[in-house]
Write a protein that binds this ligand. Structure first.
Ligand SMILES: Cc1cc2nc3c(=O)[nH]c(=O)nc-3n(C[C@H](O)[C@H](O)[C@H](O)COP(=O)(O)O)c2cc1C
Length: 273
């Protein structure tokens, strides 16, 4: 429940103005939250100049007061940071400490979600990565064989991938360390699951930026997501909650490659109306 401390409330009405579901009214020059339509976005807590609003549903201790020095990012630096980020497919054989993985998840946790659903869950795999990897390779190999043995028009588009997956599996079996094209020997993966794909994808993007700022490298494994959607055994091993589905799988490790510059891209397709 959202609560207003009447003693602190100065009756400025900023919370009323910023409350998207219109759940706050002014009563006798004090803000009153009905807690009916409220979807607990916390805007009222953030906007109040008197710090008069709190909730018993979230941890209030983690709230930070704004400071320009700590909260602002120079736009040129931000854009350069985005331009310089790369998918990393060469990792050092160094483990990633738990606090670093927690910091990455924190970036996901504070990413916006539709209707403030906060429905994204995170599964960090380190211990049984080998088992999951093996099962994923087997599954991709199986999907590949199925696609090649049934050249339907729908499957035609995936022929290239089918051949790639079969080849990846073969090479992996020959030398699992040298030829790991699935996770590229990353020491950890973080799987996001959600009710909404958009929510988990947005969270993942912020998580990647956070990982980069921690000098870690990542790439998203679409192959893992493809395999997990085809083989429920993978979902079981990873322990995906009922109703949620796997949206992204992010490998995490320390890069064993250094890029000297950014890459070129297609011009943006933009229409101005
Ligand atoms: C949804 C998604 C799935 C991806 N799946 C894979 C994958 O399975 N294996 C892989 O090596 N890279 C994968 N990538 C990385 C892309 O190939 C990479 O982002 C792209 O080539 C551009 O390179 P950059 O990330 O270095 O800018 C994936 C990226 C995204 C966004």
């Amino acid at each position: 429940m959202m609560k207003v401390d009447i003693e602190k409330c100065i009756g400025c009405g900023l919370c009323v103005k910023d409350c998207f579901p219109g759940d706050i009214k002014m009563v006798s020059d004090k803000a009153k939250i009905r807690n009916i339509a409220c979807f607990k976005c916390g805007h009222c807590i953030a906007v109040c100049p008197a710090n008069a609003i709190s909730t018993d549903e979230y941890n209030m201790d983690e709230i930070k007061e704004y400071s320009k020095e700590k909260f602002d990012i120079d736009p040129e630096n931000l854009l350069n940071f985005i331009k310089f980020r790369r998918s990393i497919r060469q990792f050092k054989t160094i483990d990633v400490a738990k606090d670093k993985l927690e910091a990455i998840i924190e970036a996901g946790r504070f990413t916006q979600t539709g209707a403030n659903a906060q429905d994204v869950s995170y599964t960090v795999v380190r211990e049984n990565l080998a088992e999951i990897k093996e099962l994923t390779y087997e599954t991709l190999n199986h999907i590949g064989e199925q696609i090649l043995s049934n050249p339907s028009p729908e499957n035609q588009a995936y022929t290239r991938y089918a051949k790639m997956w079969i080849n990846m599996y073969k090479k992996y079996k020959e030398n699992p360390v040298e030829n790991d094209k699935l996770f590229c020997n990353a020491p950890a993966i973080i799987i996001t699951t959600a009710f909404s794909d958009v929510n988990a994808a947005l969270a993942s993007s912020n998580m990647e930026l956070m990982a980069n700022s921690l000098t870690l490298g990542t790439f998203f494994s679409g192959f893992f997501v493809r395999a997990a959607s085809a083989n429920p055994e993978i979902r079981d091993i990873v322990g995906i909650p009922e109703g949620k589905h796997i949206v992204t799988c992010m490998t995490v490790g320390y890069p064993d490659v250094q890029y000297k510059r950014s890459v070129p891209r297609k011009a943006a397709e933009v229409s101005w109306k």
